[in-house]
Write a protein that binds this ligand. Structure first.
Ligand SMILES: Nc1ncnc2c1ncn2[C@@H]1O[C@H](COP(=O)(O)OP(=O)(O)O)[C@@H](O)[C@H]1O
Ligand SMILES: [Mg+2]
Length: 223
């Protein structure tokens, strides 16, 4: 699978020949330096970008051939996305931000807000549901973004550096929360810079300049 970006006549190979099958209820960790293609790969998996070449199946759907409407429906109902920049709506309260995907999927407002509040508690933000994003810290905003990705019955969670703004104890708590969801059958693909997060994954995919780094053969050189 490839994804190129053209900037001022120059072509950037953001994702270059990555081939990846993600099993259900698996936690895959994407690592690699800044600019190695982690966010682009997550956007491709989440249907926010379309690959230039190659095929991509997500939750049994051929994303390459899916219509925009199908991709939108999948994102609303099946995929939770934790964006690197959180992407919270600043004019909505924390509870309103978290309940947005539920209301978008047709759930009644009152019920959606109750679920949103419960999910805010789950990420340690009890009592903060009526605050606005700019009234809480960056780490708290990140946890709101995580709560928003968790609401509803999501079968796939895509998380772009979800602990990047958190102190190590809070970050570990979030990784444990995600690992617990994986144990309940949720599939998780997560990018991270933090080596401490790698141990939570079932599998690590390392990217370098958009390419997959193949793991070194175990046992070192042959005799
Ligand atoms: N929308 C875009 N337009 C142009 N270039 C992009 C765009 N998104 C990403 N890139 C480029 O693609 C490469 C991979 O970026 P990215 O996926 O954000 O990497 P990472 O998340 O690992 O830091 C980088 O060189 C980046 O500058
Ligand atoms: Mg990134």
């Amino acid at each position: 699978m490839t994804k190129n970006f053209a900037i001022g006549g120059e072509v950037i190979h953001a994702v270059d020949g990555v081939s990846l099958t993600i099993e259900a209820a698996e936690m895959v960790i994407l690592t690699g330096a800044s600019g190695s293609g982690k966010s682009t790969l997550l956007n491709l998996i989440g249907g926010l970008e379309r690959p230039d070449t190659g095929q991509l199946d997500v939750l049994g759907v051929d994303v390459t051939g899916a219509s925009d409407a199908e991709l939108t429906r999948m994102r609303l109902t099946q995929i939770g996305f934790v964006f690197q920049d959180f992407s919270l709506l600043k004019d909505l309260t924390l509870a309103e931000n978290v309940s947005l995907p539920l209301e978008g999927a047709g759930q009644h407002r009152k019920e959606a807000r109750q679920q949103a509040t419960a999910h805010l508690e789950r990420v340690g933000l009890e009592g903060m549901e009526n605050r606005f994003p700019d009234e809480v810290s960056g780490g708290q905003q990140q946890r709101v973004a995580i709560a928003r990705a968790l609401v509803g019955r999501r079968s796939l969670i895509l998380a772009d550096e979800p602990t990047g703004a958190l102190d190590s104890a809070t970050g570990r708590g979030i990784m444990q929360l995600l690992a617990g969801l994986r144990d309940e059958g949720v599939t998780i693909v997560l990018s991270t810079h933090n080596p401490a997060n790698v141990a939570f994954g079932d599998r690590v995919v390392e990217l370098q300049d958009g390419k997959q780094v193949l793991p070194a053969l175990e046992g070192g050189a042959r005799p």
